[in-house]
Design a protein around this ligand. Structure first.
Ligand SMILES: *Cc1c(COP(=O)(O)O)cnc(C)c1O
Length: 367
């Protein structure tokens, strides 16, 4: 069975048939096979982040979408009286701020334009001027535009100034090589349906065990209590509440397939080939990038709306959708742009199929 629908989105993504097939058998949450799979996944995640338990890292799986992990970490690890600095250059940074505010966490925000990376020098100054800040949050690939923030550089600043560092690597982890230790990341967050190419259902956190342990008792919610979740998983491999059993089984298959592909390095290379092909084709069709090319990562690309009055995004989207090709609207605060993801089970021939259809739709619409 070939995929008839291709998702050129930032998640959920196009998944392999075999990953979907891993969900065809029911599995109980106390089943030996299930518990073993959870254990394998938790170890596999540490491995993908280049760290181990021996080095003092843990991984925790949390039911729900990616945002649940962001909310879990912010509401569980920042103690009462702690202060958070959020580095924002897009919608996901804003979301982090919104979550912290809801939990009444004292939050500082440094905002940067959506077409610029977070400026490390300004962050350094701000942290030096505000010793009361205890935690720093940043987005690795800000999916609003696809821009890649300098996570390692900011990590070194956090280490030097003694801040706990929280990185939303939701859309990059699995598609971009990352080493949590080298990048000085204390809490790294991602989810099942992004670059590992699993199906939606859970998020995960890779974290320094000392910081996880010292967060015990800080949680502001029951369901998103990161420490309690870890404790349950560590004690008997079980979730505190109904786990996304089939999404877990699919994820194990997706991890196996990532290994077969050649790991994150090979996956990153495939995504880059996809992106180059897309860039070349879209430019030939007259589209323009929103970001300067050196800032655009291999995950998703933003294109400005064509200026022609015959362009109408809703119509453009619908016509591509009719052809089984799902693109993504923009999320910019000022400019009009749309996005095309090049992650998931997408290969060069799929990009070509998309480009052929964009050309056809462009001619139909007359822009
Ligand atoms: C996808 C994504 C999230 C999580 O979104 P959900 O809809 O909750 O899965 C968070 N941050 C970034 C940068 C993302 O790309």
């Amino acid at each position: 069975m070939k995929n008839n629908v291709l998702l050129f989105t930032p998640g959920p993504l196009t998944t392999s048939r075999t990953t979907k097939e891993a969900m065809l058998s029911d599995v109980g949450s106390r089943d030996y096979l299930f518990i073993e799979t959870v254990k394998n996944i938790r170890n596999g995640l540490l491995e993908l982040a280049g760290v181990s338990k021996e080095q003092g890292y843990e991984s925790v799986i949390i039911q729900g979408s990616g945002t649940f992990a962001v909310e879990s970490v912010l509401s569980s690890v920042i103690p009462e009286g702690g202060q958070l600095l959020v580095l924002v250059n897009g919608a996901y940074g804003e979301r982090m701020t919104q979550i912290a505010t809801i939990h009444k966490i004292k939050t500082h925000v440094l905002r940067f334009p959506e077409n610029e990376i977070v400026n490390a020098e300004l962050v350094h100054h701000y942290l030096t001027d505000h010793p009361e800040i205890t935690h720093v949050g940043i987005i690795h690939c800000e999916t609003t535009t696809g821009i890649m923030n300098p996570v390692a550089e900011i990590g070194a600043i956090c280490e030097a100034t003694g801040k706990i560092y929280i990185v939303d690597a939701m859309s990059s982890f699995g598609g971009v090589e990352m080493n949590a230790k080298d990048m000085r990341i204390d809490f790294l967050l991602s989810s099942s349906n992004k670059c590992i190419e699993g199906v939606p259902g859970f998020a995960f956190v890779i974290c320094k065990s000392n910081h996880l342990h010292s967060s015990k008792g800080n949680a502001r919610t029951l369901t998103l209590d990161l420490y309690a979740q870890w404790e349950g998983l560590d004690k008997n491999g079980q979730f505190r509440f109904t786990p996304p059993t089939l999404a877990i089984m699919a994820f194990q298959q997706a991890l196996n397939e990532l290994k077969v592909e050649g790991g994150i390095k090979a996956r990153n290379a495939r995504y880059r080939v996809n992106k180059e092909l897309l860039d070349h084709g879209m430019i030939q069709l007259g589209f323009k990038h929103y970001l300067s090319p050196d800032l655009q990562g291999p995950i998703i690309t933003s294109f400005l709306y064509p200026t022609s009055p015959s362009f109408d995004f809703e119509k453009f989207y619908a016509l591509l959708n009719d052809r089984g090709l799902v693109i993504y609207p923009g999320k910019l605060s000022k400019e009009k742009a749309f996005r095309i993801g090049h992650i998931g089970q997408i290969f060069p021939n799929d990009i070509q199929r998309l480009l052929d259809s964009v050309k056809e739709v462009k001619e139909m619409m007359g822009f």
